[in-house]
Design a protein around this ligand. Structure first.
Ligand code: EPZ
Length: 417
């Protein structure tokens, strides 16, 4: 398994381009299942999760044609196998996003339950509850969701909690349903809006995306379209945190701060100077960062996917801060690894008290999930000496060419087999 070897202590300086958003691209790839015309997508990031999703819909009968470096076309006219097998779904929970589109297009689907993951149980009961409300007959047996629906019918759905992929699955199911569907308590994440924009360009009738109430008027058929995936706001936030922690000075291009208000506010609170431009963000870090307390919550509040990265910042900032994780029940696994680097972190249920220390010392650490890995990279960039991060396949799921981008900013990092 690959590892990442980092020689810490170097400020990140320079310019790097941000890739397309993983969490927008994944549902948008599934949207191609909804109609037999060609869907042309650009700004697709090169990530393991994207490759997994392309393999998954490919074995269903979707023809994927790569066009250049970041564009591809999807043709699902030959869709003939509405089945998502366990061996593919177990590696990527987002596979559940094929359920709604398959039901809407084929009237049936057999999708493996994703199974748990490092950060929590992450059930899909809201996805199932919503589809049943739309008239789907769903049974769960043998680790699979078996779903049938001659034609889904529009209805009003109120999800028990804010769920990003739950909102996306139900929105995709609703675009071909009979009548109007209203999703209340909907997720407001920008990736939900990007998916809605893509569906509208395919002929869907959707209003309210980005609010907690999304209305979808079902249509009989969608048509082909072209869509450019939005920039990855979490990759953007991750590089901003890495620059802050290393007292650097960076310019991130092909991105925007419009989706990162809560993150930019918190980085300014640490003492960073941030200049938000139309399609770039410039961050200049102070010599000493101030620790900041955060509380994760659904968009537009502070994103849970940025929690681990801020824990790394707080490890070397001045003072103490509390990090409260309200979305997932087990999303502090990076803490024990940061402690191996010399951090002072005390966990109490879903609160982490982090007290800044003068320095971290390099060590061997282990990545456990995608954003925890990012936290270890940031800590390794700051720690004195060498840090070896094991199991970095987690990183490759969500960060395109990370060692290349970091090296371009002056980091001393290389991948070792
Ligand atoms: C999406 O996951 C993202 N993944 C996650 O990013 C992100 O952390 C999460 O939203 C929260 O923002 C993708 O978009 C592919 P949820 P998702 O459904 O949709 C509970 C990353 O690092 N819940 O919004 O799976 C759930 O257990 C990944 O890129 C139910 O109980 O998250 C959690 O506690 C990690 N039943 C909470 O709701 C359900 O049916 C929010 O989960 C659905 C969710």
């Amino acid at each position: 398994m690959d590892k990442l070897l980092i020689e810490g202590g170097v400020p990140l300086v320079g310019e790097v381009a941000i890739s397309g958003a993983k969490n927008a691209a994944l549902p948008i790839l599934c949207a191609s299942l909804l109609c037999g015309d060609t869907l042309r997508l650009s700004n697709i990031p090169h990530l393991n999760d994207i490759s997994t999703m392309l393999r998954l819909i490919g074995q269903m009968g979707v023809v994927v044609t790569m066009e250049g470096n970041e564009a591809l076309t999807l043709d699902s006219s030959g869709l003939n196998n509405p089945f998502a097998p366990y061996d593919m779904v177990k590696t990527m929970r987002a596979s559940i996003l094929v359920l709604g589109p398959l039901l809407a297009r084929c009237g049936e689907a057999r999708v493996s339950l994703p199974g748990g993951c490092a950060i929590g149980a992450r059930p899909v009961d809201q996805h199932i509850k919503g589809l049943q409300a739309m008239g789907a007959e769903i049974t769960v047996e043998g680790g699979y969701v078996h779903a049938k629906a001659s034609r889904l019918r529009g209805t009003r759905i109120v999800t028990d909690m804010v769920t990003v992929t739950g909102t996306e699955n139900l929105m995709m199911a609703a675009v071909l349903a009979d009548g109007e569907t209203v999703i209340e308590n909907a997720a407001r994440e920008p990736e939900v809006v990007d998916l809605a924009n893509c569906l509208v360009s395919m002929g869907a009738l959707i209003s309210g995306a980005g609010t907690d109430c999304i209305r979808i008027q079902g249509v009989d058929k969608l048509h082909g379209a072209a869509h450019s995936v939005m920039p990855d706001r979490i990759e953007t936030g991750t590089y901003l945190c890495a620059a802050a922690a290393t007292h650097g000075n960076v310019r991130l291009t092909h991105t925007s701060a419009v989706w990162l208000d809560s993150v930019v506010d918190k980085l300014r609170e640490t003492g960073c100077d941030i200049d938000c431009q139309a399609d770039a963000i410039i961050l200049k870090a102070p010599q000493r960062l101030k620790a900041v307390s955060i509380r994760t919550a659904p968009y537009p509040a502070f994103p849970t996917d940025m929690q681990a990265q801020f824990m790394a910042i707080n490890c070397v900032a001045e003072g103490s801060a509390v990090i409260r994780e309200t979305i997932f029940e087990n999303r502090f696994m990076h803490a024990v690894e940061l402690i191996r680097l010399g951090a002072d972190i005390r966990i109490d249920a879903n609160n982490a008290l982090v007290t800044g220390v003068p320095k971290l010392d390099g060590a061997t650490v282990m990545a456990t999930d995608l954003r925890a890995s990012a936290s270890l990279v940031i800590a390794g960039l700051v720690a004195q000496g060498e840090t070896l991060i094991e199991r970095i396949y987690h990183l490759d799921r969500g960060y395109e060419r990370i060692e290349e981008k970091l090296s371009r900013l002056g980091a001393r990092v290389r991948r070792v087999r």
